[in-house]
Design a protein around this ligand. Sequence first.
Ligand code: NAD
Ligand code: UDP
Length: 312
Amino acid sequence: MCKILVAGGAGFIGSHLCKKLIEDNNEVICLDNLFTGSLANIKILQNNKNFKFIQHDVEEPIDLQVDKIYNLACPASPPHYQYNPVKTIRTSVVGMANLLELAKKCNATILQASTSEIYGNPLEHPQKETYWGNVNPIGIRSCYDEGKRCAETLMSDYHRQYGIDTKIVRIFNTYGPNMHPNDGRVVSNFIIQALKNEDITIYGEGNQTRSFCYVDDLVNALIKMMNTPDFCGPVNIGNPSERTILQLAELIIQLTKSSSKIIHKPLPSDDPTRRKPDITLAKSKLNWEPTIDIEEGLIKTINYFKSILQNI
Ligand code: NAD
Ligand code: UDP
């Protein structure tokens, strides 16, 4: 039985990861400051004897004894990470350093939930891990993008300097149940608007593209990466099926049988125009590729939001 720390474990992806790790008979410590995560996300685990929740901010050092560390602690949606940008970059950088010190002390393997934002507004398409990115260092997304880039640097230097077993996963847009209803991300916004028959808010013309991965596929990849020896990454994890934001809106209207109308709002600055992962490396090193297509994943997510809508 492995003792595993999941920092950010009460969030959207973290809660699914904790659940899967418990199902796989591990002991899990979930660490979270509950900024965007919630106890409701981990409620079904709270009575499990192998699960423990600790309310803690990764900006503060922590002393535990663990075998593996997943670092997911960081708000992920633009409105949430822009709410307190100084806190966001400190969470990524100071938080990463604290968890790397813990990994060093415990001789634990540590995995960082990095992001496709590493690539910024990409000049290469689709994006391969070898692409160094096109990131604005002083814009409104920089607290997140540059914080995550610096965390990758810290991971790489702890690996080179101290021989820590580090793993970097660059996650592309992921969606599914347990997304925060008010986090402002496109999938949650569109589904809630559609279910309420309210206007669907497309930022800009809707020609920008994203590639959406269902959370179960992502969690499988995170666990495969953690358990694959001698491979630090970085590795892209995402679903290469790319679509415009307008196409996403139309699909959600169709699946929810909504009477919502599409309206346009201003495009936020530095909004990447397109994003699609090249997952050749994940296929070859992890024998992983996504299995859940967008319609199947959206239906599960729509059903989740239907069930919580009365509480929003
Ligand atoms: P989320 O906001 O639901 O989860 C983040 C969790 O971290 C929350 O539970 C939050 O309370 C916690 N947290 C934030 N700051 C913290 C701090 N200082 N100390 C302790 N806990 C803290 O977001 P998510 O979508 O589940 O994302 C999880 C991770 O995956 C994040 O690191 C994010 O950057 C990364 N990621 C997500 C996506 C995506 O599409 N969802 C894409 C790329 C990368
Ligand atoms: N978006 C949109 N309407 C919304 C929320 C988001 O058109 O209500 C757009 C946003 O401008 C971006 C894309 O959808 O182009 C994905 O946004 P999200 O915040 O989900 O993720 P990210 O921009 O970080 O990929």
